[in-house]
Write a new protein. Sequence first.
Length: 254
Amino acid sequence: MRALAFLSKYLGIHDEFRALIRSYGLKWSNGNSDDLIIARLTKSRNREELFDWLAEVKDRIPLISVFADFIMATGLRFGEAVSAFNLIIELSARGRLGEYYDLERQVLEHYKFKEVFIRRSKKVFMSFVPRDLVERVAASERQLQPYDIQNWLKRAGLRLRFSDCREFYASNMTKHLSVPEVDFVQGRTTASVFMRNYFNPTWIADLGERAIRGEQEIIEMGRMRRARWSEADQKGELKLLQGMSVSPLKVAYR
């Protein structure tokens, strides 16, 4: 790809080259695809490890507890999740949440805010979100900023694992949605001719129902694991459960 890019510039047809890349959904490679798969397989041994991290985030940084559930249940990219979270709070406070969240279909209609969610390379059009989770977001104390979240996690000695949340969402939701459906709700719409030119979620009557069911399953997984995590903490067994040297302490953040 790099060599072709240089050649297109030399021949004076770089614009045409870029148009072809966009048309066929080509992407720059970050490495051997086999190595990427192996790295993903060895990065996390089981889902409990991710849900333990989620439980610790909620325990040590209560201010982002609802946001943690939101990003886990929607599979959005970190920046998109922050924008959606804040937009829900803002519109709800102004009595205009209906402009963004379709209560009957339980869907956030990101496409209505193109300047925020429809970017050149990263985009998302809609997210099915359980009504009770949206209500919890709307009732949150304050809007959040990406830098603050990253800084709070750093100060708490916790890794940033929101990309793992997105990966888990995609993998787990294949139990409820087809791969094209998962790609659509996560904003991967230019990967193939089918996704770009033919896939239309409005023709799939039960898409929202299946998506909500899968997301509620993810939320319940997190709830059950956090209950187990908290129980172990109370019994002094947290070191055995999570391999930590000390029990977590809640930290106040402004």
